[in-house]
Design a protein around this ligand. Structure first.
Ligand code: ADP
Ligand code: 6PG
Length: 173
């Protein structure tokens, strides 16, 4: 029997395609999309905009807000999609604790491919110079429960379809 997936976190470094893939998944599933970046306090956005990477301390209140949001979804019986970089195991474990049965769809991309993506993206607060720190912080979710590792160079449609199929195989009750 498959273990049900109660929510899907689309994760990866900046520029890996989280927002684009999550929007396509939202269209396919009709699930509510929660944009994790919208929960950053202003000081975090200002810090990243000025070219400084976030620390664990900076991320703590942001992650607590995301955990609270997932917990509310659990109480309401919702099965949302969340975009969140979720770079470290401890961050993911916090989300797992807030909503048991949360699945992680990891968009795996090389530093070079991510840099190319970010260079093409305009009007975003995250400068390309911060990408290196994203990879320094990244602990890939290899071998973790309910985790789908995806080749982030596939098309948005292919990635959303793969996640959709995986979620259907682990459909929540
Ligand atoms: N699978 C993909 N193939 C090609 N380009 C992509 C893909 N996913 C995202 N992009 C493009 O890469 C850039 C970063 O994508 P975005 O979804 O904003 O990433 P993230 O939310 O992880 O920072 C955007 O310009 C987006 O259109
Ligand atoms: O944990 C972090 O360092 C941040 O969450 C960081 O990853 C950033 O906020 C986004 O990834 C950038 O925004 P995009 O995800 O839209 O690139």
């Amino acid at each position: 029997m498959y273990e049900p997936i109660n929510a899907v976190v689309v994760m990866g470094v900046a520029g890996s395609g989280k927002s684009a893939v999550a929007r396509a998944l939202e269209v396919r599933t009709g699930a509510r999309l929660i944009e994790g970046d919208a929960f950053h306090p202003d000081r975090n956005i200002q810090k990243m905009s000025s070219g400084q990477p976030l620390t664990d301390k900076d991320r703590a209140s942001w992650l607590r807000a995301l955990e609270k949001r997932l917990h509310r979804a659990k109480v309401d019986g919702e099965h949302p999609i969340l975009t969140c970089s979720a770079l470290k195991r401890s961050y993911r474990d916090g989300l797992r604790h807030a909503m048991p049965g949360v699945g992680f769809a990891y968009l795996q991309l090389s530093p070079a491919a991510a840099a190319e993506r970010m260079a093409r993206r305009h009007g975003h607060y995250m400068p390309c110079s911060l990408l290196e720190s994203q990879f320094v912080d990244l602990e890939e979710p290899l071998g973790e429960p309910l985790t789908l590792i995806l080749d982030g160079t596939l098309s948005v449609g292919e990635l959303a379809s793969a996640i959709h199929q995986w979620w259907q195989q682990h459909a929540p009750a």
